[in-house]
Design a protein around this ligand. Structure first.
Ligand SMILES: [Zn+2]
Length: 267
């Protein structure tokens, strides 16, 4: 028996872009054109107000519409470096960002990326109870294993890394990697300052429209893998119970099996 992604998809691809600068508009357009799903980690304190635009960050009033179909996630109200703050300041930096972004999207905001990629075990213990389900680091692995710990979720690579080669490797990912995942991160201003989005556009064009790839947000992938980790098995491994609210999929000798929320079945 092996777990697979929803509807039996063999692998998952996701993106994570930080800071919410105006160049996100063009990046979202590219993602939408190619059917890619991403997560945008925003600093609610930097968002601009209509009528007072400085043209650096997106407007608070456009968050819900611009990122529709993608995920909006926390990056800290003021993009503070968490290890330099008091515990109370860390809590405020994360919790107030959640509140502000939830007010703007009308949705749950439960994902995060660490500003400057800075974190520690102590910081993780502080922010977990604030309702944060995962947080991304900047430590690229150049690999396709899902994270051991979602609170220190190491991406595959920055888009300036060996993106093209890794994309090729991912399309031919070896069988020993279970639930293969490619996770690309960066900042849209890295394209915007150069007025050149061709790196990401070429990548999306290469990776789009594949039957066996699940295009998903960071949170969708986190929720799905956590659902897998929550499954309960009989001692002989022949019966499975899904106590979660998500369907989980696996391949068995009989073929593709869906275990629905609340369902118990023989496998
Ligand atoms: Zn940042």
């Amino acid at each position: 028996m092996r777990f697979v992604y929803p509807q039996g998809k063999a692998k998952a691809l996701t993106f994570s872009y930080d800071d919410g600068q105006v160049f996100d508009r063009e990046l979202v357009e590219i993602f939408n054109k190619y059917g890619m799903k991403g997560t945008f980690h925003l600093n609610s304190g930097s968002l601009e107000k209509a009528g007072e635009e400085k043209g650096v960050f997106i407007l608070d009033s456009e968050v819900a519409t611009l990122y529709a179909g993608h995920e909006v996630a926390v990056h800290g109200v003021e993009h503070r470096n968490l290890p330099t703050l008091s515990k109370h300041q860390i809590i405020m930096e994360i919790e107030e960002d959640r509140k502000a972004l939830e007010a703007l999207t009308g949705d749950f905001v439960q994902g995060m990326s660490y500003a400057f990629g800075s974190y520690s075990g102590e910081i993780i213990e502080l922010i977990k109870p604030l309702g944060i389900k995962y947080s991304r680091t900047v430590n690229g692995t150049n690999g396709f294993f899902p994270p051991a710990d979602f609170m220190a979720w190491h991406p595959t690579c920055h888009h300036d890394g060996p993106l093209e080669k890794l994309g090729e490797d991912f399309l031919n990912v070896p069988d020993y990697i279970e639930l293969p995942l490619m996770y690309v991160w960066g900042h849209s201003f890295e394209f915007g300052y150069k007025k050149d989005f061709s790196v990401i556009e070429k990548f999306c064009e290469k990776m789009c429209g594949k039957e066996d790839i699940w295009y998903a947000t960071n949170l969708e992938i986190c929720d799905y893998i956590q659902a897998i980790r929550s499954l309960e098995f009989s001692a002989d491994g022949k019966r499975v119970k899904n106590p979660t609210a998500l369907s989980v999929w696996m391949t068995t000798a009989e073929g593709l099996v869906e275990v629905k929320p609340g369902e118990s079945k023989n496998i």
